[in-house]
Design a protein around this ligand. Structure first.
Ligand code: TXA
Ligand code: MG
Length: 352
């Protein structure tokens, strides 16, 4: 499906109640009601949204992204009451987590109920992932339309997720009916996915809401799924992700300067690292700073996909990306970096 033009609705969080916004919301509602798909701002990454109940809308999402059909979508809602129609809440503990962290960057996998949601949305599974986003504009659209919106990240499959509306346009212009231009995503990496279909609950994808955050609320242990690609609990985990077109290689900070000095002249190199590395990077190397301080994982996560996209568009032949220290606070960031590099790394002992 192709559209000659993709509509752009500019909606700022400060003008949610203006008559102009009301007009745009009405247009969006009509488009979604007729099975169109649109770029939707959320606080994690932009989503490509369509009516989760409408198989035709869902088909358009899979087609536009080039997404494998066996990879289920997250359904976005504005109120826990909406779940009544299509999901089971296994017990009070799940409700407590929802009330604590929603709206916000966490999705819950729940047992599916009935046939309200299109089978394609959940890739024929008997479970459904649900999320209530906190981006004021995304949440407003969910409230105004009242439609449960299936929305994967609004990127071409395999590319970095979009953190800015321009990334959505770059990837999907002409492949979606419209896109909402609003503020960039606050977190910059996708939501934590918590599988609540078994107990103890299990983190299927790390994100801003961490194991310790969940355990503090529950007083129960939370398991973390250790990325076994052969038996993923989230089908999406088995696919290559977030990758720019050039080889992307993890590099330990201590060997950054030597490795760059040993580079052959005929290759154009890019480096993605904290600001403090700028001074060890030769002038001819393309440098993108991820964060001011080496342990500012939040800032690095927010800038990661934008940096990968910028390198992807540039003329560099190869990219080095800084290996952040492993701590519970860097887990989600490192998960995305490892996925993008495919674990190719230069360690201190190899570089000498
Ligand atoms: O932050 C986010 O979650 C963003 C924004 C747009 O909300 N969405 C997002 O969607 O990242 P997507 O489709 O790119 O990633 C959804 C992940 C995939 O790994 C998918 O396999 C998993 O969630 N998933 C969805 N439904 C599932 C289910 N019923 N069972 C297991 N995994 C599921
Ligand atoms: Mg995605």
């Amino acid at each position: 499906m192709r559209w000659l033009k993709t509509k752009v609705w500019h909606i700022s969080a400060e003008e949610l109640d203006s008559p102009e916004t009301a007009e745009k919301l009405e247009e969006i509602k009509t488009a979604l009601t007729y099975g169109e798909i649109i770029g939707l701002p959320t606080e994690t990454v932009y989503g490509l949204a369509g009516d989760a109940r409408n198989p035709e809308a869902i088909q358009k999402i899979f087609q536009a992204k080039g997404r494998p059909q066996d990879n289920p979508l997250i359904v976005h809602i504005h109120s826990i009451d909406q779940l009544e129609e299509f999901a089971e809440i296994p017990d009070e503990r799940v409700l407590k987590l929802m009330r604590t962290f929603w709206p916000g960057p966490i999705s819950f996998i729940l047992p599916l109920k009935g046939d309200h949601i299109a089978a394609k949305t959940v890739a024929d599974l008997r479970s459904v992932a649900v999320r209530m986003p906190s981006h004021p504009v995304g949440l407003k659209i969910l409230e105004y339309t009242g439609i449960p919106l299936a929305a994967p990240s609004a990127n071409i499959s395999g590319k970095p997720s979009p953190t800015d509306y321009r990334h959505v346009v770059d990837d999907l212009k002409g492949k979606m009916y419209g896109v909402v231009n609003s503020t960039p995503a606050d977190y910059g990496i996708e939501s934590t996915v918590l599988d609540c279909t078994t107990f103890p609950y299990q983190i299927a994808r790390p994100g801003e809401i961490k194991k310790s955050d969940l355990e503090r609320v529950l007083d129960n242990e939370i398991k973390v799924h250790e990325g076994d690609a052969a038996r993923p609990i989230s089908p999406g985990m088995k696919y290559k992700h977030y990758a720019p077109k050039q080889p992307l290689i993890l590099i330990e900070g201590i060997v950054m300067a030597q490795t760059l000095a040993a580079e052959k002249e005929d290759r154009k190199i890019g480096v993605i690292a904290p600001e403090s590395f700028r001074e060890v990077v030769p002038e001819e190397v393309e440098f993108i700073s991820l964060c001011q301080k080496e342990d500012d994982y939040r800032e690095a996560a927010k800038n990661l996909y934008g940096a990968l996209r910028k390198m992807d568009k540039s003329d560099v032949d190869m990219i080095y990306i800084y290996r952040f220290r492993e701590t519970p606070f860097s887990a989600a960031l490192l998960n995305r970096i490892y996925k993008a590099t495919g674990d190719v790394m230069i360690k201190g002992d190899q570089a000498n």
